[in-house]
Ligand binder design. Structure first.
Ligand code: PLP
Length: 266
């Protein structure tokens, strides 16, 4: 039996299952990958907002990752909510020991309901310690602006993120006031490339996680960056199109929609 590529995931736990580690596991499974999930934080939240975020110790995060890295072949590493400078430093040390692993960063700064998940000093540590080790970062436009201090030009924000050390930047346009959602991929020395998608009417919890995790899975499968970014958008858009609203707040992407289709066919 061929083995699925394994993606190491550093992420927080969201008990709704809409975002965080559960979202990543589902998105990776849907791309034919196996997730090795390293929990960084435990959040208390519902589909409306986050109430509390409790980061684990850096030592515990490092211990989880080291155990997995000593045992499993890791094809890519996806990083989202880290929660403390101590955890960022632990992750940095691990990445420095494994420079061959491509790193996909989904910067998680603010929850959909407005709760701040990343304080300014933690954000600054991400910039200094992790972005120089990052193959691709996938911020939405408010995240790109918060990471760079540049609010009036997405192109300039992307250039700044590449100056921090990211090889590729994909800025998503979900939070822009445009009729279509425009996502743009930037890289050093190449023309930027944009894709536009029909804007779906609801607000979705975990769509950023879905995009970055499926992208990590596609890169782990060996797709080139442009193809992986396109296919991850296509997958994410379809999970949103099949989304459902189980609670009183945001809708959730249906990341396993293909199973439903399979049942209908049977
Ligand atoms: N990870 C966790 C644990 C979260 O709580 C959140 C948002 O609340 C996210 C990631 C990011 O979610 P989204 O993909 O909606 O930006």
């Amino acid at each position: 039996m061929p083995q699925p590529p394994i993606v190491l995931v550093f992420a927080g736990h969201d008990p709704t299952g809409g975002a965080g580690i559960c979202a990543d596991i589902q998105a990776l499974a849907s791309q034919g990958c196996h997730a090795a999930p390293i929990v960084t934080c435990i959040t208390t939240q519902d589909t409306c907002n986050v109430f509390e975020n409790s980061p684990l110790s850096g030592k515990l995060v490092a211990a989880q990752a080291e155990a997995v890295l000593a045992d499993l072949p890791i094809a890519a590493c996806k990083i989202s909510l880290l929660g403390s400078i101590e955890i960022i430093e632990a992750v940095q040390q691990i990445l420095l020991k494994h420079p061959q692993i491509p790193v996909i960063v989904d910067p998680v700064l603010v929850a959909g309901g407005g709760y701040s998940l990343t304080q300014d000093q933690v954000r600054d540590a991400i910039i200094k310690k992790l972005l120089p080790l990052t193959q691709i970062i996938t911020p939405n436009s408010p995240e790109a602006s918060a990471l760079t201090g540049i609010a009036d030009s997405l192109d300039a924000a992307a250039a700044q993120l590449m100056d921090y050390g990211c090889q590729y930047v994909c800025i998503t346009g979900t939070h822009e006031q445009t009729p279509m959602v425009k996502n743009t991929l930037y890289s050093h020395g190449q023309q930027k490339q944009s894709w536009t998608w029909t804007r779906l009417s609801d607000s979705y919890h975990g769509s950023g996680c879905t995009f970055a995790a499926s992208l990590a899975g596609l890169l782990a499968q060996g797709f080139d960056m442009t193809t992986a970014v396109y296919k991850a958008q296509q997958y994410t858009w379809t999970t949103i199109q099949h989304g459902f609203k189980p609670g009183h707040g945001q809708a959730l992407p249906n990341r396993l929609f293909f199973n439903q289709d399979a049942q209908i066919c049977e």
